[in-house]
Design a protein around this ligand. Structure first.
Ligand SMILES: [Zn+2]
Length: 460
């Protein structure tokens, strides 16, 4: 079956509900072969690599062939030369390649890297959001409140929920919080955001979970109801069982309806999120026609369902930034069979084991210190921090603690509760949090690089 013979480049929704995974795979492989032909001609990095390694593109007929022949692309490689991952335009079809929008992914060196959506891709992004909404149980009757902050650079969190509302025919209101400095007075203060939430009476609130919680708690404190609230969409930071319980507890106080939390796993490099369906059951790939998600071993070979590995994405139908066998930096377990809850086929992450990172053993369990540090870095109010592991003198037990200095010098009770819930979800054990002065964490005048993680146990 050649790509030209395909009547359409997408499945009808009912075709991927309780579908045969082998058929979905076959369809994805047709798209992949088409994508490889484009990149061999038009992709600066991959074209050069294909020539240098003498890869026979036409011999790649399956994802197994692709795993054998093609190396992985790491985030470090991509962010070093992001412009070289954008397809050059096909002169016969220039309009598909015009840039529609660009969003940035935080680079490892601190400079954000652009991901380009061409005019062709943008409709695919809208389509992905239509599918995500369907999986989460959203429709035209919804009023969506977007609580993502306006970032200092274009970011999908702030941009996409409004577009999701457009494509499903729902209403959207945007909070417009943010810490970006601008000459133009467009941002709203926290109190104004909370007022606007109350005035717009949303059925869906969508944002970073700890910020959503902060807003819900403020409504609760002010004894304000948003009686239609029934769904909380979250992404941007982990939302473990403790944080989820806090969200649901606050939501119950402000809404008259049963509320559910729909978590998701997004990446700028995908331009959509893997979402939970209304029954939970893991993170679903909403668009198997646009991207193949799978997990691989250390040799880059796809692992069977149920085995933990590195999560990779391969774009199947894009014209702007295109990534093949791109490592998203997560460790996950996948299942390609239909979801037991909703029947969706196209790949689900059934267990997200966190970001790839540095692990240390604390009280007999492996703790990802990198995930804890990533989380602390993501919090706007934290000026600096230090994570330490030590041995309690009296009990001899390991203890993990976080010293932090905040921008205001204070840490509110609410912020502390959220922080403790998040940290214990991430670490799998209770941590101690202490507010300290900045110079207790490191002294800039001492000229040493700040050490943000220390292991003070004698055995180490
Ligand atoms: Zn499902």
């Amino acid at each position: 079956m050649a790509i030209e013979d395909l009547e359409q480049l997408i499945f009808r929704d009912e075709q991927i509900i309780n579908a045969d995974p082998a058929q979905v795979l076959c369809f994805q492989e047709q798209l992949m072969k088409n994508m490889l032909q484009l990149i061999a001609k038009q992709h600066p990095v991959y074209r050069t690599m294909i020539a240098a390694k003498q890869i026979e593109i036409l011999d790649i007929k399956s994802f197994a062939d692709l795993d054998e022949a093609f190396p992985v692309t790491t985030k470090e490689e991509f962010v070093a030369t992001p412009m070289s991952y954008v397809l050059e335009a096909d002169p016969a079809n220039q309009k598909d390649y015009l840039n529609w929008d660009v969003t940035y992914t935080a680079g490892t060196s601190g400079v954000p890297a652009p991901v380009f959506q061409s005019a062709y891709d943008f409709k695919g992004v809208l389509f992905a959001h239509l599918r995500m909404a369907k999986l989460r149980g959203m429709d035209r009757t919804d009023t969506i409140f977007n609580l993502y902050p306006l970032a200092p650079y274009p970011h999908g969190g702030w941009i996409r929920p409004s577009q999701a509302a457009a494509v499903i025919g729902a209403s959207a209101v945007v909070g417009m919080s943010g810490s970006t400095s601008s000459s133009f007075p467009v941002l709203r203060r926290f109190e104004e955001v909370v007022d606007l939430v109350a005035a717009s009476n949303p059925s869906v609130v969508w944002g970073v979970p700890s910020y959503v919680l902060k807003v819900l708690r403020e409504l609760e404190k002010n004894k304000v109801q948003i009686p239609r609230l029934r769904l909380i969409n979250v992404s941007g930071e982990p939302c473990g069982p403790k944080l989820r319980a806090h969200l649901l507890q606050s939501a119950q106080h402000v809404s008259n309806l049963p509320v559910t939390v729909s978590d998701s796993l997004g990446a700028t490099e995908m331009q959509f999120s893997l979402v939970e369906c209304s029954g939970g059951f893991g993170f679903h790939n909403p668009v198997p026609e646009i991207a193949r998600l799978s997990v691989i071993d250390h040799n880059g070979i796809e692992l069977p369902d149920g085995i933990a590995g590195k999560l990779q994405v391969t774009h199947l139908n894009r014209r702007g930034t295109v990534l093949i066998k791109y490592l998203l930096g997560d460790i996950a377990i996948m299942d390609q069979s239909p979801c037991p809850g909703c029947g969706w086929t196209g790949g689900r992450i059934i267990k997200h084991l966190g970001r790839e990172g540095k692990f240390v053993k604390v009280r007999g369990q492996m703790v990802n210190t990198q995930a804890i540090m990533d989380y602390l870095e993501s919090l706007d109010y934290i000026l600096d921090y230090k994570v330490s592991i030590s041995q309690d003198v009296s009990t001899g037990l390991d203890q993990m603690s976080v010293d932090l200095a905040t921008k205001t010098g204070n840490l509110s009770v609410d912020d502390r509760t959220t922080l403790l819930a998040q940290l214990s979800d991430l670490a799998g054990l209770r941590l101690k949090v202490d507010l300290v002065e900045l110079n207790q964490i490191w002294e800039p005048e001492a000229g040493m690089k700040p050490k943000r993680f220390v292991d003070l146990r004698i055995a180490n």
